[in-house]
Design a protein around this ligand. Structure first.
Ligand code: GLA
Length: 519
C-alpha cells in the first residue's frame, strides 16, 4: 500500500473537523499503531498508549525487548516528546497537528538528528500475525554455484549509506581493476534499497534506488551478474534509525517474481526480523528458507540463494535442502583481527559440509577496509580460500591500493578456493597459537597453510610425508612446492619444511608431485 501518496486524499475529509477540534483545544489521542519512516532509511514500528498527557510505547509479545526500545514521554500543548531508555537514548520530538501523521525529528545520542514521519498504521502492518510455514521437504538443486561464488557486496564498506550510482561505479571498477578477470562476478546490493510496497503489494526501491531493473541491466552490460537482498521477516536488520527496510514476509513468491523480472541473479536472504515471527528452531528456519527457495525455483530464472541466518540450527546440515547455495555459518564479521581470526578458525570442524553448489559462508571479506595489517589480510584471504568460502569482497573497489589488489586477486589463492574437487581443509597440527592446515587439491596436489595466530613470530613446520599423495604404482616421487604469497619456489629438501611466520601471518604453499620440468 502506498500510504504516502494515498495520504493527501485520505486526509482531506479530516482536515476541517480536525482543525476545529484542535482550535477547540481537544487533545489528540495517539494510542494505536505507528510507523516511523525516514526518507530512504527504513521503518520502525511502535504501539503507543496515551493516558492524559502521558505517552508510552507498549512492549509487544514476540518482539525483542528494546526494539524500538521502551519510549516514554508526553503530548503537551501539541508537542510530542518521547525518549527511549537504554544505552543509546533516543528522543523523538514533533509538533502534533494531525491525528494520523506527525513530522518528527529523531535524535539518537552521538548521532546526527534524523527527520522522519510518524504515520498511523494497522496493527497487522506494525505487528504482523504469523503466517503458516510449509511442510519441510527437499527443494531441488538449482544447479548453480558449482564453485564458491565470487563477487562484491555493499554491506561491509557502506552499510546502508550508498546508492544506485555507487553500485554502478563498483561494477565499473570490478572490470577495470581486473577483479572480474580474476573471477569476481556478482555485484550484490545488500540492505538499504527498498522503500515499501506499491498498491499491488510489489516491493519498491527507494529514492536512492529508483530503478532496480535498470541497475541490473547496467551491471549485466558489464558482463557481470547482480544480487539483491531481502528477509524472510517483515523487515531487514538495521536501517538508519534502528528499524529496518522492507522484507519479503508474506510476499515471498511475489518478491521472487519481481527479482526475476528485474533480472537479478542472486538473492541474499537475511533472517533479521523473522525472529519476531518464527521460533528459533531448525524446523522453523528450514521451512522459512524453503519457502523462498521454492519461490525462486518457481520463477524459472537461475538465482543463487544465499542464506543468512548466522548458523542457527547447524544450517550446514540442512541448508542445501532449502535450495540454499551458501549459508552464513556465523554472526557478522568485523574489520578486526580478533573477529576474523575467531570466525575463520571456528570453521574447520564444519569444513566437510561444503560441497559443489552448497557452501559454508563465514561472511564477506574485510580485505582493503583498513582494520587489518597486510599480513592479517593475507591470513584472512588464505584461510577463506582454504575453506572454500565464498569470496565476496567488501571494500571500495574504486580506490584499491596495489597491496589490496595483490591480496584479493592472488590467482594461486583463488585457485585453491575454486578447486573443482572442493575437498575439505583439515587441521594437520596445532601447537599453541600455531596451526598447520592442509587441503587436498585436484590433480594430486595439496595446499598447506602455516598460520601463526599469536602476536610474536613463530617457527612452524610440517613433514613432507604428512601429505598423503596418491603415488599409485610408481612409488614416491619428487615433490615441488611454491610459496603462493612470495610467488617463488620453495626448496623441497630433507624430511620437513619449517618457516618463520610473523605474528598474525601465514605462509601458504602449493605442493605437487614434480613434473620433472621443475617449477
Ligand atoms: C546482518 C547480516 C549482514 C548485513 C546486515 C544488514 O547483520 O549478517 O551481512 O546484511 O544484516 O543489516
Amino acid at each position: 500500500m502506498d500510504r504516502r501518496s494515498g495520504w493527501a486524499v485520505a486526509l482531506a475529509p479530516l482536515v476541517l473537523p480536525l482543525f476545529c477540534a484542535l482550535t477547540a483545544g481537544a487533545q489528540i489521542d495517539l494510542s494505536g499503531y505507528w510507523a516511523f519512516r525516514v526518507k530512504d532509511g527504513g521503518v520502525l514500528y511502535m504501539q503507543l498508549q496515551q493516558t492524559g498527557e502521558n505517552v508510552v510505547s507498549v512492549a509487544q509479545a514476540g518482539r525483542p525487548a528494546g526494539r524500538p526500545g521502551a519510549l516514554t514521554g508526553t503530548l503537551h500543548e501539541g508537542r510530542l516528546h518521547l525518549v527511549s531508555t537504554g544505552p543509546r537514548a533516543t528522543a523523538f520530538d514533533g509538533a502534533v497537528d494531525a491525528a494520523d501523521r506527525i513530522a518528527v525529528t529523531m535524535q539518537a545520542t552521538g548521532r546526527d538528528p534524523v527527520k522522519g514521519t510518524l504515520e498511523r498504521v494497522t496493527r497487522e502492518e506494525a505487528f504482523p500475525v504469523r503466517l503458516p510455514l510449509p511442510e519441510v521437504r527437499d527443494v531441488a538443486d538449482n544447479g548453480l554455484a558449482r564453485t564458491p561464488p565470487m563477487g562484491w557486496n555493499s554491506w561491509n564498506k557502506f552499510a546502508d549509506v550508498f546508492d544506485d550510482a555507487t553500485v554502478r561505479q563498483m561494477a565499473d571498477a570490478m572490470v577495470t581493476s581486473g577483479m572480474s578477470q580474476a573471477g569476481y562476478t556478482y555485484i550484490v546490493v545488500d540492505e538499504g534499497w527498498t522503500s515499501g510496497r506499491d498498491a499491488a503489494g510489489n516491493i519498491t526501491g527507494n529514492g536512492k534506488f529508483p530503478d532496480m531493473k535498470a541497475l541490473a541491466g547496467y551491471v549485466h552490460s558489464k558482463g557481470l551478474k547482480i544480487g539483491i537482498y531481502s528477509s524472510p521477516g517483515p523487515q531487514s536488520c538495521s536501517g538508519k534509525m534502528g528499524g529496518g527496510y522492507q522484507g519479503s514476509y508474506g510476499h515471498e513468491e511475489q518478491d521472487a517474481r519481481t527479482f526475476a523480472a528485474w533480472g537479478y541473479d542472486y538473492l541474499k536472504y537475511d533472517w533479521c526480523s523473522a525472529g519476531e515471527i518464527y521460533g528459533p528452531t531448525r524446523e522453523e528456519h528450514q521451512a522459512a528458507y524453503q519457502k523462498m527457495g521454492e519461490a525462486l525455483l518457481k520463477t524459472g530464472r537461475p538465482m543463487v540463494f544465499s542464506m543468512c541466518q548466522y548458523g542457527v540450527g547447524d544450517v550446514w546440515k540442512w541448508g542445501a535442502k532449502t535450495g540454499g547455495n551458501l549459508w552464513r555459518t556465523t554472526i557478522d564479521i568485523a574489520d578486526r583481527w580478533d573477529s576474523m581470526d575467531r570466525i575463520g578458525f571456528a570453521q574447520l570442524d564444519i569444513a566437510g559440509y561444503a560441497q559443489p553448489g552448497h557452501w559454508n559462508d563465514p561472511d564477506m571479506l574485510e580485505v582493503g577496509n583498513g582494520g587489518m595489517t597486510a599480513g592479517e589480510q593475507r591470513t584472512h584471504m588464505s584461510l577463506w580460500c582454504l575453506l572454500s568460502a565464498p569470496l565476496m569482497a567488501g571494500n571500495d573497489l574504486r580506490s584499491m591500493s596495489e597491496e589490496t589488489k595483490s591480496i584479493l586477486m592472488n590467482p594461486d589463492a583463488i585457485a585453491i578456493d575454486q578447486d573443482r574437487d572442493a575437498r575439505p581443509v583439515v587441521r594437520l597440527a596445532q601447537q599453541g597459537k600455531s596451526e598447520v592446515l592442509v587441503r587436498p587439491l585436484a590433480g594430486n596436489a595439496f595446499a598447506v597453510g602455516l598460520f601463526n595466530r599469536g602476536d610474536q613470530p613463530a617457527e612452524i613446520g610440517f613433514r613432507w610425508d604428512a601429505l598423503k599423495f596418491n603415488t599409485g604404482l610408481y612409488g614416491f616421487r619428487r615433490l615441488q612446492a611454491r610459496d603462493l604469497w612470495k610467488h617463488e619456489p620453495v626448496e623441497v629438501a630433507g624430511d620437513s619444511y619449517t618457516a618463520t611466520v610473523p605474528g598474525h601471518g601465514v605462509v601458504l604453499l602449493r605442493v605437487a608431485i614434480a613434473s620433472g620440468r621443475g617449477l
